[in-house]
Write a protein that binds this ligand. Structure first.
Ligand SMILES: [Zn+2]
Ligand SMILES: [Zn+2]
Length: 252
Protein backbone atom coordinates (compact mmCIF):
# COMPACT_ATOMS: atom_id res chain seq x y z
CA UNK A 1 0.00 0.00 0.00
CA UNK A 2 1.34 3.39 -0.99
CA UNK A 3 0.18 6.75 0.39
CA UNK A 4 0.89 9.92 -1.58
CA UNK A 5 0.10 13.18 0.18
CA UNK A 6 -1.51 15.48 -2.39
CA UNK A 7 -2.50 18.15 0.10
CA UNK A 8 -1.81 18.59 3.80
CA UNK A 9 -3.23 22.02 4.54
CA UNK A 10 -6.13 23.12 6.69
CA UNK A 11 -8.77 25.50 5.29
CA UNK A 12 -6.06 27.89 4.03
CA UNK A 13 -2.94 25.94 3.13
CA UNK A 14 -0.59 28.80 2.32
CA UNK A 15 1.62 29.60 -0.62
CA UNK A 16 2.00 26.66 -2.96
CA UNK A 17 0.18 24.28 -0.67
CA UNK A 18 -2.98 22.26 -1.13
CA UNK A 19 -5.81 21.46 1.23
CA UNK A 20 -6.70 17.89 2.16
CA UNK A 21 -6.08 15.14 -0.37
CA UNK A 22 -4.45 11.70 -0.07
CA UNK A 23 -3.95 9.09 -2.76
CA UNK A 24 -3.90 5.48 -1.54
CA UNK A 25 -2.81 2.83 -4.02
CA UNK A 26 -2.98 -0.86 -3.23
CA UNK A 27 -2.95 -3.91 -5.51
CA UNK A 28 -3.87 -1.78 -8.51
CA UNK A 29 -6.77 -0.04 -6.76
CA UNK A 30 -6.58 3.77 -6.53
CA UNK A 31 -8.41 5.52 -3.74
CA UNK A 32 -8.56 9.28 -3.17
CA UNK A 33 -9.29 10.41 0.37
CA UNK A 34 -10.71 13.95 0.27
CA UNK A 35 -10.31 16.50 -2.50
CA UNK A 36 -9.67 19.98 -1.14
CA UNK A 37 -8.38 23.11 -2.88
CA UNK A 38 -5.52 22.38 -5.27
CA UNK A 39 -5.74 18.61 -5.06
CA UNK A 40 -7.16 18.00 -8.55
CA UNK A 41 -4.28 19.68 -10.37
CA UNK A 42 -1.70 17.90 -8.24
CA UNK A 43 -3.45 14.54 -8.63
CA UNK A 44 -3.34 14.63 -12.42
CA UNK A 45 0.43 15.12 -12.30
CA UNK A 46 0.65 11.75 -10.49
CA UNK A 47 -1.96 9.54 -12.15
CA UNK A 48 -4.55 9.78 -14.94
CA UNK A 49 -7.70 11.12 -13.25
CA UNK A 50 -9.94 8.53 -14.89
CA UNK A 51 -8.00 5.75 -13.13
CA UNK A 52 -9.26 6.70 -9.67
CA UNK A 53 -11.48 3.82 -8.59
CA UNK A 54 -12.88 5.29 -5.38
CA UNK A 55 -13.13 8.79 -3.95
CA UNK A 56 -14.09 9.14 -0.29
CA UNK A 57 -15.07 12.51 1.16
CA UNK A 58 -14.72 12.75 4.95
CA UNK A 59 -17.07 15.72 5.40
CA UNK A 60 -18.61 18.56 3.48
CA UNK A 61 -16.25 21.38 4.41
CA UNK A 62 -14.81 23.05 1.31
CA UNK A 63 -11.20 22.25 2.17
CA UNK A 64 -12.12 18.54 1.88
CA UNK A 65 -14.31 18.41 -1.24
CA UNK A 66 -14.28 21.59 -3.35
CA UNK A 67 -11.77 20.29 -5.91
CA UNK A 68 -14.26 17.64 -6.98
CA UNK A 69 -15.33 20.38 -9.42
CA UNK A 70 -12.01 20.62 -11.33
CA UNK A 71 -11.33 16.90 -10.86
CA UNK A 72 -14.56 16.12 -12.67
CA UNK A 73 -13.37 18.27 -15.59
CA UNK A 74 -10.03 16.48 -15.47
CA UNK A 75 -11.86 13.19 -16.05
CA UNK A 76 -13.70 14.71 -19.03
CA UNK A 77 -14.20 18.24 -20.28
CA UNK A 78 -17.49 17.10 -21.86
CA UNK A 79 -20.43 18.38 -19.81
CA UNK A 80 -22.35 15.30 -20.95
CA UNK A 81 -19.89 13.16 -19.01
CA UNK A 82 -18.66 9.68 -19.89
CA UNK A 83 -20.57 6.98 -21.78
CA UNK A 84 -20.54 5.05 -18.49
CA UNK A 85 -19.64 6.42 -15.05
CA UNK A 86 -16.17 5.20 -14.05
CA UNK A 87 -15.25 4.99 -10.42
CA UNK A 88 -17.29 5.71 -7.32
CA UNK A 89 -17.70 8.88 -5.34
CA UNK A 90 -18.48 8.01 -1.72
CA UNK A 91 -20.04 10.93 0.12
CA UNK A 92 -20.91 11.25 3.81
CA UNK A 93 -24.57 11.16 4.84
CA UNK A 94 -26.23 14.27 3.39
CA UNK A 95 -23.39 14.79 0.91
CA UNK A 96 -25.55 14.32 -2.18
CA UNK A 97 -27.80 17.20 -1.15
CA UNK A 98 -24.77 19.37 -0.30
CA UNK A 99 -23.26 18.82 -3.74
CA UNK A 100 -26.61 19.59 -5.39
CA UNK A 101 -26.57 22.98 -3.67
CA UNK A 102 -22.98 23.61 -4.76
CA UNK A 103 -23.78 22.72 -8.38
CA UNK A 104 -26.77 25.03 -8.30
CA UNK A 105 -24.60 27.88 -6.92
CA UNK A 106 -21.91 27.48 -9.59
CA UNK A 107 -24.39 26.95 -12.45
CA UNK A 108 -23.38 23.39 -13.38
CA UNK A 109 -26.02 20.77 -14.25
CA UNK A 110 -27.36 18.56 -11.44
CA UNK A 111 -25.88 15.43 -13.09
CA UNK A 112 -22.41 17.01 -13.35
CA UNK A 113 -20.85 14.41 -11.05
CA UNK A 114 -23.14 11.44 -11.64
CA UNK A 115 -22.25 11.29 -15.35
CA UNK A 116 -18.61 10.54 -14.49
CA UNK A 117 -18.81 8.73 -11.13
CA UNK A 118 -21.30 6.48 -9.40
CA UNK A 119 -22.29 8.75 -6.53
CA UNK A 120 -23.38 7.17 -3.25
CA UNK A 121 -23.55 8.08 0.42
CA UNK A 122 -21.93 5.82 2.99
CA UNK A 123 -23.74 5.08 6.21
CA UNK A 124 -22.58 4.66 9.80
CA UNK A 125 -21.27 1.14 10.34
CA UNK A 126 -20.81 0.46 6.64
CA UNK A 127 -18.03 -1.82 5.48
CA UNK A 128 -17.39 -1.07 1.81
CA UNK A 129 -15.68 -3.83 -0.13
CA UNK A 130 -13.52 -2.06 -2.72
CA UNK A 131 -12.22 -5.27 -4.24
CA UNK A 132 -11.76 -8.82 -2.96
CA UNK A 133 -9.04 -7.86 -0.51
CA UNK A 134 -9.51 -4.16 0.16
CA UNK A 135 -12.24 -2.65 2.27
CA UNK A 136 -13.13 0.70 3.78
CA UNK A 137 -14.83 1.45 7.06
CA UNK A 138 -15.97 4.75 8.51
CA UNK A 139 -16.54 6.11 12.00
CA UNK A 140 -18.11 9.39 13.01
CA UNK A 141 -15.82 12.03 14.50
CA UNK A 142 -16.38 15.14 16.62
CA UNK A 143 -16.42 18.20 14.37
CA UNK A 144 -18.43 21.35 13.74
CA UNK A 145 -20.44 19.49 11.13
CA UNK A 146 -20.79 15.69 10.84
CA UNK A 147 -17.34 14.39 9.93
CA UNK A 148 -16.03 10.89 9.37
CA UNK A 149 -12.79 9.00 9.76
CA UNK A 150 -11.99 6.43 7.07
CA UNK A 151 -10.00 3.23 7.48
CA UNK A 152 -8.64 1.34 4.48
CA UNK A 153 -7.59 -2.29 4.98
CA UNK A 154 -5.69 -4.06 2.23
CA UNK A 155 -2.09 -5.21 2.10
CA UNK A 156 -1.64 -2.77 5.01
CA UNK A 157 -4.01 -0.64 7.05
CA UNK A 158 -4.37 3.11 7.11
CA UNK A 159 -6.78 5.22 9.12
CA UNK A 160 -7.42 8.85 8.22
CA UNK A 161 -9.09 10.92 10.92
CA UNK A 162 -10.60 13.61 8.71
CA UNK A 163 -11.28 16.61 10.94
CA UNK A 164 -12.09 15.71 14.52
CA UNK A 165 -11.64 16.51 18.17
CA UNK A 166 -10.54 13.62 20.43
CA UNK A 167 -12.96 10.78 19.74
CA UNK A 168 -13.31 7.24 21.13
CA UNK A 169 -15.05 5.95 17.99
CA UNK A 170 -12.09 7.00 15.84
CA UNK A 171 -9.69 5.42 18.33
CA UNK A 172 -11.63 2.17 17.98
CA UNK A 173 -11.65 2.42 14.19
CA UNK A 174 -7.90 3.08 14.08
CA UNK A 175 -6.93 0.29 16.49
CA UNK A 176 -3.94 -1.64 15.16
CA UNK A 177 -3.53 0.41 11.97
CA UNK A 178 -0.12 0.51 10.33
CA UNK A 179 -0.51 4.25 9.86
CA UNK A 180 -2.76 6.81 11.51
CA UNK A 181 -3.04 9.90 9.33
CA UNK A 182 -4.24 12.35 11.95
CA UNK A 183 -5.09 15.98 11.78
CA UNK A 184 -3.07 18.24 14.07
CA UNK A 185 -4.65 21.60 13.34
CA UNK A 186 -4.34 23.28 16.72
CA UNK A 187 -1.52 24.79 18.71
CA UNK A 188 -3.60 24.70 21.88
CA UNK A 189 -6.56 22.50 22.85
CA UNK A 190 -9.97 23.98 22.22
CA UNK A 191 -12.04 24.95 25.22
CA UNK A 192 -15.78 25.38 25.41
CA UNK A 193 -18.59 23.25 24.08
CA UNK A 194 -17.77 23.53 20.37
CA UNK A 195 -14.78 21.43 19.41
CA UNK A 196 -13.59 20.09 16.15
CA UNK A 197 -9.84 19.63 15.93
CA UNK A 198 -6.76 18.06 17.54
CA UNK A 199 -3.43 19.32 18.74
CA UNK A 200 -0.30 17.32 17.91
CA UNK A 201 -0.32 16.12 21.51
CA UNK A 202 -3.90 14.90 21.17
CA UNK A 203 -3.07 13.21 17.86
CA UNK A 204 -0.22 11.40 19.62
CA UNK A 205 -2.57 10.34 22.43
CA UNK A 206 -4.99 9.01 19.84
CA UNK A 207 -2.19 7.09 18.11
CA UNK A 208 -0.96 5.64 21.41
CA UNK A 209 -4.42 4.57 22.58
CA UNK A 210 -5.14 2.96 19.20
CA UNK A 211 -1.81 1.11 19.21
CA UNK A 212 -0.86 2.15 15.68
CA UNK A 213 2.57 1.47 14.23
CA UNK A 214 3.16 5.01 13.01
CA UNK A 215 1.55 8.41 13.07
CA UNK A 216 1.54 11.04 10.33
CA UNK A 217 0.41 14.53 11.34
CA UNK A 218 -1.48 16.59 8.78
CA UNK A 219 -4.08 19.35 8.19
CA UNK A 220 -1.82 22.30 9.05
CA UNK A 221 -2.62 25.99 8.78
CA UNK A 222 -0.51 28.19 6.48
CA UNK A 223 1.47 29.51 9.44
CA UNK A 224 1.86 26.25 11.36
CA UNK A 225 5.26 25.13 12.62
CA UNK A 226 5.19 21.51 11.41
CA UNK A 227 8.52 20.63 12.98
CA UNK A 228 7.29 21.86 16.35
CA UNK A 229 4.13 19.80 15.96
CA UNK A 230 6.21 16.70 15.24
CA UNK A 231 8.45 17.37 18.23
CA UNK A 232 5.40 17.75 20.45
CA UNK A 233 3.91 14.46 19.21
CA UNK A 234 7.23 12.65 19.75
CA UNK A 235 7.21 13.71 23.40
CA UNK A 236 4.10 11.58 23.93
CA UNK A 237 4.55 8.72 21.49
CA UNK A 238 7.29 6.12 21.24
CA UNK A 239 6.40 4.93 17.75
CA UNK A 240 7.32 6.68 14.51
CA UNK A 241 5.97 10.20 13.95
CA UNK A 242 5.89 11.57 10.40
CA UNK A 243 4.77 14.98 9.21
CA UNK A 244 2.73 15.26 6.05
CA UNK A 245 4.11 17.49 3.34
CA UNK A 246 2.59 17.84 -0.10
CA UNK A 247 4.16 15.25 -2.38
CA UNK A 248 5.35 12.95 0.42
CA UNK A 249 5.13 9.23 -0.38
CA UNK A 250 4.95 6.50 2.26
CA UNK A 251 5.10 2.78 1.52
CA UNK A 252 3.22 0.69 4.06
ZN1 LIG B 1 -10.46 20.74 7.26
ZN1 LIG C 1 -13.73 20.51 8.65
Amino acid sequence: MRLTVLGSGAACAGDGGNCSGYLVEDRGVRILLDCGHGVASTLISHVPPDTIDHIFISHMHADHFIDLLPLRFAVTKDLNGLPQPAGRLHLPPGGVRSLERVLDAVCFPPDFFSTVWNVTEYQPGDIQQLDREICARMAGGVHYIPGWAIRIDGSASLTYTGDTAPCDDIRDLATGSDLLLAEATLDEPEGGPVRGHLTAHQAAELAASAGVKSLMLTHFWYDADRDAAAAEARRWLETEVLVATDGAVVEL
